[in-house]
Design a protein around this ligand. Structure first.
Ligand code: TXE
Length: 499
């Protein structure tokens, strides 16, 4: 069982290389048993002023360090994360609740991101292109934007932070990070790793606190030139509106209402495995979680029967016990939200085929557990089929054909992830073309993004930016066009082109 030292339980902000004490603190709970595991600063706006002013100065030096040298720090941090993987994973489970196997996967995602973005230190490619004029050279290059603010949620406390901060750091920015106060331990660990790795002070800073105060202060501070946010659609809208007032660049990732489509030729056993993993893993608290199953009428009954049977075998409890497949919900608010949607589903006329109740786990009575839940007889317009529930709740929607399945998938306000199970290659490519989501899986569930591909989505999921992949660099860099005229005379573009 993992234990925390007294110092580790008393979290501090990390501002300009100093561990800064804050008197106003909040308790951090283990969602598996409701016990207090740490205390986290509830900072005021002045913490952001300090962080942003020092980051502004530190970033100027950092931008002058050659990118391959900046990358060395990421290699070092990635190596340290690898060495500490088991401890990081256990701490992650302690604060977030996800089962240890998934926590290890999440930490691995961060390690992968470190090495991938370190590689960018020797790429960060721009373009060269011919000039329209003689004896003139034209090129474009990526430049750091300066100080960037990242705001992250509790459901992936380390992976999402690495998707955002690593591309920012390698491309020469300073980062101010406001983690969710539900899950501050990963932020503390990552800051310590970078401190030990020798990242210059001020380049990665952590300020804990509420969105309304610390998040808002980040948006308002003029030194912070970009906000990269992951969280709910509701909060993302607020963040975008506030950033709009400042004409501040903002990148948003705001969840989904992701569906698995099951065609009549699908391998139903594989489908069941895919649904179990993507709907109930992390207790359904992933932005890519499957929360709808759109099934062809020919296989609806078979799928329903096999799914219900398989759901009975899911073991639920403390994520640190590797026998458990599903951990707790993050907190009481999360549970209340799920319970509210169970009532909504029943009122709307959906059939509650399994689950639907809060669960008490022996010896973990104060934990926040919920039964894996299946609603059947769901129609696409019901709220349970439209709104993000963020829990282990799946809605089964029957359709008559492929076209109806695609239409049902697209008829939600989100557009993050989708999946289709079929053996028909023509349908695979039609689905790839027509599914209106940023991520499409074929013969796999809706989760499992790899870090070297772009992560994000359409419509209510985002605002056109992507986390991870080489595309993440676009969030944290500005393009500069450079013209070098070596003709020794004044040459005017679009005018002196005949010579
Ligand atoms: O998210 P929030 P919360 C959904 C999910 C969940 C619900 C609430 O349904 O149950 O959101 O979770 C910061 N200005 N998702 O409360 O509020 C906040 O402090 C600036 C889905 O955690 O969106 C935190 O660091 N920042 C999603 C971050 O924003 C503000 C993942 C996210 O908080 C702010 C997370 C403000 N005004 C939640 N208000 C997914 N799909 O992955 C809050 N924050």
């Amino acid at each position: 069982m993992i234990t925390l030292t007294k110092e580790e339980r008393n979290l501090k902000n990390f501002i300009n290389g100093e561990w800064t004490e804050v008197t106003n603190k909040e308790k951090v709970y283990n969602p598996a048993n409701g016990e207090v595991i740490a205390e986290v600063p509830n900072s005021g706006a002045e913490a952001i002023t300090q962080a942003a002013e020092s980051a502004r100065i530190a970033q100027r030096e950092w931008a002058l360090v050659p990118a391959p040298q900046r990358a060395e720090l990421l290699y070092k941090a990635g190596t340290m994360m690898k060495e500490r993987k088991e401890r990081l994973s256990q701490l992650l489970t302690l604060e977030n609740g996800k089962v240890i196997e998934e926590a290890r996967g999440e930490v691995q995602e961060g390690i992968d991101m470190a090495f991938y973005m370190a590689g960018e230190g020797r790429r960060l490619f721009g373009q060269t292109t011919p000039s329209e004029l003689k004896d003139k050279f034209a090129m474009s290059e990526r430049c750091p934007v300066g100080v960037v603010g990242i705001i992250t949620p509790w459901n992936f406390p380390i992976a999402i932070a690495t998707w955002k901060s690593f591309p920012a750091i390698v491309s020469g920015n300073a980062v101010i990070w406001k983690p969710s106060s539900e899950t501050p331990l990963m932020a503390n660990e990552l800051a310590r790793i970078f401190e030990e790795a020798g990242l210059p002070k001020g380049i990665l800073q952590v300020v804990y606190g509420s969105g309304a105060i610390v998040g808002q202060a980040m948006i308002e501070h003029d030194a912070i030139r970009v906000i990269s946010f992951t969280g709910s659609n509701e909060t993302g809208r607020k963040v975008a509106t506030e950033c709009g007032k400042q004409l501040k660049k903002v990148s948003l990732e705001m969840g989904g209402k992701n569906a698995v489509i099951v065609m009549e030729d699908a391998d139903i056993d594989l489908v069941v495995e895919g649904i179990l993993w993507s709907a109930f893993g992390t207790s359904g608290q992933r932005c890519t979680a499957c929360s709808r199953v759109i099934v062809h009428k020919a296989v609806r009954k078979t799928l329903e029967e096999r799914l219900l049977k398989a759901m009975k075998n899911l073991t639920i409890g403390d994520g640190l016990d590797s026998n458990n497949k599903i951990g707790p919900i993050i907190n009481q608010t999360g549970l209340d939200k799920i319970l509210k949607y169970i009532e909504i589903g029943k009122e709307e006329g959906a059939k509650l085929a399994a689950g639907g109740k809060q669960l008490t786990v022996e010896n973990y009575e104060k934990g926040f557990y919920f039964e894996p839940t299946l609603f059947t007889d769901v129609s696409i317009d019901m709220r349970i089929a439209q709104e993000e529930i963020f829990g282990p709740v799946v809605s089964l929607i029957e359709v008559n054909n492929f076209e109806e399945a695609i239409a049902a998938n697209n008829k939600v306000k989100y557009g993050l992830s989708s999946s289709i199970f079929t053996k028909d290659v023509n349908r695979v490519f039609q689905a790839q073309r027509d599914l209106d989501t940023g991520i499409v899986y074929v013969n796999a569930g809706t989760t499992g993004a790899e870090i070297h591909l772009p992560f994000g989505g359409t419509k209510g999921t985002g605002n056109g930016h992507r986390d991870s992949g080489v595309q993440a660099l676009d969030v944290f860099t500005e393009w500069k066009a450079v013209y070098v005229d070596y003709s020794g005379k004044l040459q005017r573009a679009q005018i002196d082109t005949d010579a």
